[in-house]
Each structure stands twice: as structure tokens, then as C-alpha cells.
Design a protein around this ligand. Structure first.
Ligand code: API
Length: 283
């Protein structure tokens, strides 16, 4: 089956995007994600998004990680999704809404020469209550600064829900070797029945943080939008940063703004990489 696609990235987190009308087989989205996201046998990407219609918003976003698992939300992905639908002429408003499994997200785009270059997403509010997060824990009212002992290493972790589960570890050590060693162990820890994304964060000062993320279902990525949002939400909750934070990821910079009512905005880039036709072969 020949499927037209575009490939975009948001701060180095890259995605294959297709229109539902070109592949209207939801039962095969997972297989399509695995095959098309493969870095050798496919196009290569961290995830797949399918652009579909919605009865409650301007569009519906289906998101699948490169391992084929479906996720409720993707922060870098929804910026690329917004660029795709605007640049493709599917919508010409600069403010519109996208339905996700984590609720409706409101989008504002910034464009130059009629092409989107930056997108602001209202990510909603960070959820702190353990009974609303897929985490198994003794009675605590917030899963913040909990100690976790793994083999011979002590971690202090905070786990929140930002559409998807995120575990945050504040550390000075952002070496890739550390993330690749401990990321998968924490991602698949028994306390996370639906697994978790794992964010290693270094607070530079009250308005700068560096974040490196091991993503659930995708591994190490150059940036993670929901992860960066979660890190800033936890850091702000702990009084470590101000309301606006510039976050450095390996793939680029994201700007997070935390409002008094708890809503969090994420601003960041969305860039085209290529477009083409993907030859999907069912296995
Ligand atoms: N791997 C995540 C989904 C993608 C999130 C990330 N790419 C982002 O930008 O938010 C999960 O399964 O929870």
C-alpha cells in the first residue's frame, strides 16, 4: 500500500505524519508505526501521527511510538501536527484545537511566509495525585521526591501525568551513558504498570533547565515536549524555578510558561524534513 507522508521534527524529536484518508485502517496503525519508524528498514522516526477528523475539535491526533505503542499525547508531535495541517491548507486559522486521548489541546501558530515555524500549545495542568497516575505506591498524596533504590544506586524521583506518565529526576549528571543505563530500568520498573517516560533534569538557574529524556516506547530522543513540561511543572511546584523557563534539550530549546491556575504553555519549533510515499507491506 502506497501512503503519502511528511516527516517533521520538533526540537529533534522526529515524526512521520499521514492523513487518515490515505490509510483508514486504525487496526494497522501500530504495525505502520513500527515499520515506518524503523531507522533502517523504514523512513526512521520516534513516532507516527495520523491526522483525522474530530466531532469535538478541529482535528484528531492519533499518536504511536516507534515501538508501536499508542500514547495519549505528544508535545513535540502536536506542534508538528499543527504545522502539517496549516501548511497543507487543511486549516487557515492561527488558533485551533486538536483532540487527543489526553483531551483537547488549544494551539496557536506563528508563521513566516505563510509557513509555520513556531507553535504554542496549552498543555493543560500537570496531574500530581497518584490515584490519577499509573503508579503503584504506598499512600502518598503526591508522588514527589520519592526515593527509589535500584541495584546499588539511590534515586529521588517525582512522577506526574502530563497526558502521559513522566518520571522526573533532578541531577547534575546528564551523560548519555547514564540515561541509557538507567532510563530503560526505570521506564519498565514494576511500580509503573503502564511504564513511564524518564526525564533527567539539571537546574541551571531559576529560568533555565537542561533536560535529557528516555522515552517510553521510543528510547532516548533528542527532546520530549511532555517531558520538558513535566520537569518544569515539578521544578516550579518545588519552588526551584520562576513562571517562565527556557529548557535546553539536545535537539533544541523549548519555552515553558506556568500560569497561576496551573495551566502550562509550551512554545517550540516545528520543522519540515521531507515528504514522500511510504510503501507499507503488511506482515
Ligand atoms: N513516548 C511518550 C509519547 C511521546 C511523548 C514525546 N515525544 C513528547 O514530545 O511529548 C509516551 O509513550 O508516553
Amino acid at each position: 500500500m502506497n501512503i503519502p507522508f511528511k516527516k517533521l521534527h520538533g526540537a529533534g524529536n522526529d515524526f512521520v505524519i499521514i492523513k487518515h484518508e490515505n490509510f483508514p485502517y486504525k487496526k494497522d496503525f501500530s504495525q505502520l508505526a513500527i515499520k515506518s519508524c524503523h531507522r533502517r528498514f523504514g523512513i526512521g522516526a520516534d513516532g507516527l501521527m495520523v491526522v483525522a477528523g474530530s466531532e469535538i475539535a478541529d482535528f484528531k491526533m492519533h499518536y504511536y511510538n516507534s515501538d508501536g505503542s499508542e500514547a495519549n499525547m505528544c508535545g513535540n508531535g502536536i506542534r508538528c501536527f499543527a504545522k502539517f495541517v496549516f501548511d497543507e491548507g487543511l486549516i487557515r486559522k492561527r488558533h485551533f484545537s486538536i483532540e487527543t486521548l489526553a483531551g483537547i489541546k488549544n494551539i496557536s501558530i506563528k508563521e513566516q511566509d505563510d509557513k509555520v515555524h513556531t507553535v504554542v500549545v496549552n498543555m493543560g495542568k500537570m496531574i500530581l495525585e497518584p490515584n490519577k497516575i499509573p503508579v503503584v505506591t504506598e499512600e502518598v498524596d503526591k508522588f514527589i521526591n520519592q526515593s527509589l533504590e535500584l541495584e546499588d544506586k539511590q534515586f529521588v524521583i517525582s512522577t506526574v501525568l502530563m497526558g502521559v506518565p513522566h518520571t522526573v529526576i533532578f541531577t547534575e549528571d546528564l551523560q548519555l551513558a547514564t540515561i541509557e543505563e538507567w532510563g530503560p530500568i526505570i521506564e519498565t520498573h514494576r511500580m509503573f504498570p503502564e511504564k513511564t517516560n524518564v526525564n533527567f533534569a539539571k537546574i541551571v538557574d531559576r529560568c533555565h533547565i537542561e533536560v535529557r529524556t528516555w522515552e517510553r516506547g521510543a528510547g532516548y530522543t533528542l527532546a520530549c515536549g511532555t517531558g520538558v513540561t513535566s520537569v518544569c511543572g515539578v521544578a516550579h511546584y518545588l519552588g526551584l524555578v520562576d513562571e517562565t523557563v527556557r529548557v535546553n534539550t539536545e535537539g533544541g530549546e523549548l519555552i515553558i510558561t506556568i500560569f497561576e491556575d496551573g495551566n502550562i504553555d509550551m512554545e517550540g519549533p516545528a520543522e519540515d524534513i521531507c515528504c514522500g510515499v511510504y510503501f507499507f507491506k503488511e506482515s
